[in-house]
Design a protein around this ligand. Structure first.
Ligand SMILES: Cc1cc2nc3c(=O)[nH]c(=O)nc-3n(C[C@H](O)[C@H](O)[C@H](O)COP(=O)(O)OP(=O)(O)OC[C@H]3O[C@@H](n4cnc5c(N)ncnc54)[C@H](O)[C@@H]3O)c2cc1C
Ligand code: SF4
Length: 333
């Protein structure tokens, strides 16, 4: 048995200071951390529980005329149930309601949610030696193994693991910023799309966060596209399953149906929360017809690279995006 120590700091400063110790991890809801510790994929000798930090903004949902701010310790379930957010940006609760289970959403916090780890079976099973993400330099068992669930966008020859979340695709689509507190100095803010790193040659380095940095919140600018927004998730079964393909779309349409602005995120197909800017460019300035939706989907998947079992994700991903776009265009707002 491995001894583990535990602390529950009350200030952000104390929390980030605690991460100075070796083999230390933040834990929020614990639904990723404890799962992976039980199977020896994550190893820690010290846990820093961040759920009792005293700063009330960490657990707050704040809405102003210009932005929505979400504290990193807000529970997934509380954000999903927030009536104001549902009215302003239906995409947010839709993505949360379709993720995990009610029990998990009651435990899990937004900061932990965006930092959840891949569901690649080879990553999560230590009896497989070859996994560059878990065991850098060891190879990738999925490349020629069972890769039906794996990514087709943003892959490398070192790793094709899917980024599994739902809500993070929304943050990528709607220009969210991430607020970060670190030990070394001032808090910093970065675009959410810069938080996760493509696997490249170092799939073990998943984000740009420094070891002792804590996510404190997310800031979403209130663009006119948020009202006409939806999240569509396609999976093997209708509940409690990860996406095979998903689309987060938000549209600002002129009265004649012309797309003034579009925001598109994709899930279930990419190695990181994916912003489909090529699709947005194909939509902008055009009337949102079925033909234009298909053109946007073609653009979104033009760079896809498939392996032996996941070619189906190209047509599935395109069709998911087309359905989401036409669904959003038909919304009454
Ligand atoms: C059976 C099952 C099914 C699931 N299905 C889905 C699904 O369909 N869709 C989906 O999106 N998710 C799904 N999930 C994943 C689930 O949503 C995540 O496990 C959960 O959101 C993680 O949040 P948490 O608070 O429990 O994180 P934790 O497990 O506490 O932490 C996760 C990671 O984030 C770090 N961390 C936590 N908070 C912070 C912070 N503020 N700053 C810096 N680092 C931090 C931790 O150190 C850890 O590395 C599923 C999980 C399970 C177990
Ligand atoms: S896809 Fe990535 S996580 Fe999965 S086995 Fe290969 S290196 Fe590991």
């Amino acid at each position: 048995m491995q001894p583990i120590t535990y602390e529950r700091p009350e200030t952000v400063e104390a929390a980030v200071r605690a991460l100075g110790r070796p083999e230390t991890l933040f834990v929020a809801g614990g639904t990723t951390v404890f799962d992976l510790m039980k199977v020896n994929v994550l190893k820690a000798s010290h846990l820093v529980d961040v759920t009792r930090l005293r700063d009330p903004r960490l657990s707050a949902i704040e809405v102003s005329d210009t932005a929505i701010r979400l504290g990193a310790l807000v529970r997934m379930a509380d954000l999903a149930a927030h009536p104001g957010i549902r009215a302003i940006c239906p995409l947010i609760p839709l993505s949360l309601d379709l993720g995990a289970s009610e029990q998990i959403r009651n435990m899990a916090r937004l900061g932990g949610n965006v930092l959840q780890r891949t569901r690649c079976a080879y990553f999560r099973d230590t009896s497989f030696e070859a996994c560059n993400k878990r065991n850098p330099g060891s190879g990738c068992a999925a490349l020629d193994g069972h890769n039906r669930q794996h990514a087709i966008l943003g892959t490398s020859t070192a790793c094709i693991a899917i980024y599994p979340g739902d809500f993070p695709q929304v943050l990528a689509a709607v220009d969210a910023q991430v607020e970060i507190a670190g030990r070394q100095g001032k808090p910093r803010t970065i675009p959410f799309t810069d938080l996760h790193r493509l696997p490249g040659e170092t799939p073990d380095v998943e984000t740009v966060l420094k070891r002792d940095e804590l996510i404190t919140g997310f800031l979403i600018p209130r663009g006119p596209w948020l009202r006409r927004s939806l999240y569509l998730k396609i999976r093997d079964r209708q509940s409690y399953a990860f996406a095979l393909a998903s689309a987060a779309v938000a549209l600002d349409l002129a009265p004649d149906g012309t797309v003034r602005e579009a925001r598109v995120g994709l899930g279930g197909v990419a190695t990181v929360p994916w912003r489909a800017r090529e699709a947005e460019a194909a939509l902008k300035g055009n009337a949102l017809t079925e033909a234009i939706a298909h053109r946007a989907a073609e653009a979104a998947f033009a760079g896809a690279v498939t392996r032996s079992h996941n070619h189906y994700k190209i047509p599935l991903g395109k069709q998911t995006l087309v359905r989401a776009l036409l669904g959003a265009a038909a919304m009454e707002v």
